[in-house]
Ligand binder design. Sequence first.
Ligand SMILES: [Cu+2]
Length: 211
Amino acid sequence: MAINNITIGIGLLVAISFVLVFGISSPHQASAVTVAAGGGNGTAPWTIYVPQTINIKIGESVTWNNPTLVGEPHTVTFIKDNDMIPPLVAPFSTPNNTELSAAIPAPNVEATTIPDSSNPNNKLVLVDNSRSSAPVTIDGTKTNVTYLQPGSNYTFTGDESYLNSGWIWPEGQVPPGVPPITAFTMTFENPGTYNYICVIHPWMTGTVIVS
Ligand SMILES: [Cu+2]
C-alpha cells in the first residue's frame, strides 16, 4: 500500500512537472507584449513608456495600458510626417453671430473665441482636436480618416500616415464624457522600426521593432 502511494505521488509530480515545463513555456502560445504608457503617482507621474523599445515578430500584438495612480492620460501615436502632428486644441472659423451655449451644468465655463483676422464676419473658436484625443487612423495618402471603436484591436500595416490610440486613462480614472479608453492593442503585420509618441507629452517616445 505504501509503495502504491509513493508511485501515485511520483506520478503526480511527473505530471505536474510536465504541465509546468511544456504547458507554461509552450512555444505555441499566442505571444502578447504589454507596455506601460506612463506610471507613477500624483507626486511624480511618469511620462515614459516602459519598456521604451520592444522587439516582436510579425503577427504579434502589443497592448498599452496606463498604470498611473492618478488620472493622467497618455496616447500611443504613430506619425509618419511632422505635418501630421496634431495640436491638442485648434481654432475653427464660424460666423460672428454663432451662439455658443454651454451644454454642461457648470457655472464657470466659456468658449475661447478670438477675431478671425482673415474674415471680419467670422470669429475663431478654439476647440478640442478630435484627431489628438480620439482613436483614429489616416491612410498613407493622408486623406482617408477612420475613427476606431474604443478598445478595438488595430492591425497596423506600417503604411498609415497616422494612427492614434486616443487618450488612454488609468483604470477607474476615466473622467465622465470622454471615450472610456484604458488600453490599446495593435497587431503588427509588416517588419520595420516604428516610432511613436504621446501627443499630450511629445517628449514621451517609444519604438516597436518588428522582425
Ligand atoms: Cu503622455
